[in-house]
Design a binder for this molecule. Structure first.
Ligand SMILES: [Mn+2]
Length: 424
C-alpha cells in the first residue's frame, strides 16, 4: 500500500486554516524561522527494519497483523512513514534478518521511494541455524579464536551487503560480557574484542564509518565488554579515524547524564551516531519522548551546540536512527510518534538563544541559564514541525492521517493477520 499525494493534499487542505493560525502565532516569536524550517525539512531519521514488526519480551510476543513479510515489504513500510512525515528517508538493515537476495532491485525499490540505506547492523548475539560455532559465551571476546574468526567474517559479510546497497556505515553492537563474577578475564576479553574489531575495521571501505555501540547490561548481567561510553571510546580511539562511538539512549545505567556524554564525545570528534528510544527503568524500547522529553531536549541542545562548534551539518554528519521495539502499539504508529518526538526536541533545541546562554554561563547567572533553556523547551514548536512537513508534501498530522486512511487495516488485507516480521 502507498499513499497517493492527492490524499495527503486533500487532508492538509482540510487542516489548513487551523494550521495557519497556529503556525503564524509560533513563527511570530521565532528568530530566523525560515532557517529553522529548512533544518527541520533536511533532518531525516533512519528507521530500523526490526522495528516494523511487533517486538516481544522473553515472556511472549503478541503480533498485530499486517507485518512486513519480506525485505521489500519492510521498505514499503518505511516508504509509508516517509510519505506521511517526510522525515523517515532512510532505513537501517540488519543481517541476517534482511539479507538482500537481489541488492540492485532492493536499491532501486528504495530509491523509488526516496529512501537511502543508513548503517548496516551485524548480529553476533544470536546463533543462526546453519552456524558452526556458538556465541553463547560471546563472539569477538570469545576465548576460542575460531569463534572470534566467525564473528569477524560475519561483520565483513555485512559490510559487503552494505556496499551493494550504498550504505556507508557499520554498527557493531556486541552482547559480549559475563553473567557471573570470575567468568571472564576482563582484560583478555577487551584485547580479544579489540583485535577482532581491528580486523573488521581493516575491511572497511575508505568512505565508511564504524560505530561501536555500548550497552550497560543485558543479555549479560554482570559485565558487558563494551559496557559504557568510556569503553566504546577506548575501542574507537585505538581503532582509528573511521571508528566512532554510538550512543543508544536506553543503554545507560539509570539517571546517567547522557547530554554530558554526547557533549564530550563531540568535543573529541568521536560521536558517530545515535539510537533514539526512551526508558523508565532498564529497558531500551519505549517510544522516543514518551517518558523523558526534557532529557531528549537537553541532549539535542548539546548536540546542536557541539555540532555547531565543530562546523558539522546537523542532518548528515551523524547517523540518526531509532532503535526500539514495540510490544503493545502498532509499530508504524509508534514510529510516527517517535519521529515526531525527535523533530519536536530538535526544533526546541534550535530555538535556544545560544548567545544569551553563553553570556549567562560566563556570568554564573544560573537562574537565567535555566530560563533560557526552558523558554525554548516550553515553546510549542509543533506548528513549526508541521509546517516543515507541509512544505515537503507530507501530512500535517501523520498519525491522524494514518488512522483516517486505515493504513493498518489495508496492510492486514494485503498481507494477512498472521504475518510475522523477521527480527527479535
Ligand atoms: Mn541500539
Amino acid at each position: 500500500m502507498q499513499i497517493g499525494k492527492y490524499k495527503i493534499q486533500e487532508y492538509n487542505q482540510e487542516q489548513s486554516q487551523e494550521h495557519s493560525r497556529r503556525f503564524e502565532f509560533t513563527a511570530s516569536s521565532v528568530k530566523g524561522v525560515e532557517s529553522v524550517l529548512q533544518k527541520l525539512v533536511d533532518f531525516q531519521v533512519a528507521i530500523p527494519s526490526w522495528a516494523l514488526g511487533t517486538g516481544g519480551t522473553r515472556f511472549g510476543r503478541f503480533p498485530g497483523g499486517g507485518e512486513p513479510r519480506s525485505l521489500e515489504e519492510k521498505i514499503e513500510d518505511v516508504a509509508l512513514l516517509h510519505q506521511l512525515n517526510a522525515s523517515s528517508g532512510a532505513v537501517s538493515l540488519h543481517i541476517p534478518w534482511d539479507i538482500p537476495t537481489n541488492a540492485s532491485s532492493i536499491k532501486a525499490l528504495a530509491a523509488q521511494y526516496g529512501l537511502r540505506f543508513d548503517a548496516m547492523n551485524s548480529n553476533t548475539f544470536q546463533d543462526q541455524p546453519e552456524q558452526e560455532k556458538s556465541y553463547k559465551f560471546g563472539s569477538m571476546q570469545h576465548v576460542d579464536k575460531a569463534v572470534r574468526k566467525q564473528a569477524i567474517e560475519h561483520n565483513i559479510e555485512v559490510i559487503k551487503y552494505g556496499v551493494e546497497l550504498g550504505s556507508e556505515s557499520l554498527t557493531v553492537w556486541l552482547s559480549d560480557g559475563s553473567s557471573f563474577p570470575g567468568q571472564l578475564n576482563f582484560r583478555k576479553a577487551f584485547q580479544n574484542t579489540l583485535e577482532s574489531l581491528q580486523e573488521v575495521y581493516a575491511a572497511l571501505p575508505d568512505n565508511w564509518k564504524m560505530f561501536v555501540e555500548y550497552k550497560a547490561f543485558e543479555p549479560n548481567f554482570y559485565s558487558t565488554t563494551v559496557g559504557d561510553w568510556g569503553q566504546s571510546l577506548l575501542y574507537a580511539n585505538k581503532l582509528g579515524p573511521k571508528a566512532y562511538t554510538l550512543v543508544d539512549l536506553g543503554h545507560h545505567l539509570p539517571n546517567a547524564n547522557i547530554e554530558q556524554i554526547v557533549s564530550l564525545l563531540l568535543m573529541e570528534g568521536k560521536l558517530g551516531g545515535f539510537h533514539f528510544n526512551d526508558s523508565k527503568y532498564g529497558d531500551d524500547d519505549l517510544t522516543v519522548g514518551s517518558i523523558k522529553p526534557y532529557q531528549l531536549f537537553l541532549i539535542f541542545n548539546e548536540l546542536i551546540e557541539g555540532m555547531d562548534a565543530r562546523g558539522m551539518e546537523h542532518a548528515t554528519d551523524l547517523g540518526w536512527m531509532i532503535d526500539a521495539s514495540h510490544n503493545v502499539k502498532d509499530p508504524l504508529e509508534d514510529l510516527l510518534q517517535s519521529v515526531e518526538a525527535i523533530m519536536i526536541a530538535y526544533a526546541q533545541a534550535l530555538l535556544v538563544d545560544r548567545k544569551a546562554l553563553a553570556e549567562a554561563q560566563q556570568e554564573n547567572d544560573v537562574a537565567r541559564c535555566q530560563e533560557i533553556l526552558q523558554e525554548a523547551y516550553r515553546t510549542d514548536v509543533r506548528p513549526l514541525v508541521a509546517e516543515a512537513r507541509l512544505r515537503s508534501g507530507a501530512a500535517l498530522k501523520p498519525l491522524q492521517l494514518f488512522r483516517e486512511l486505515k493504513v493498518r487495516e489495508n496492510l492486514i488485507n494485503e498481507r494477512g493477520l498472521k504475518t510475522v516480521a523477521t527480527g527479535l
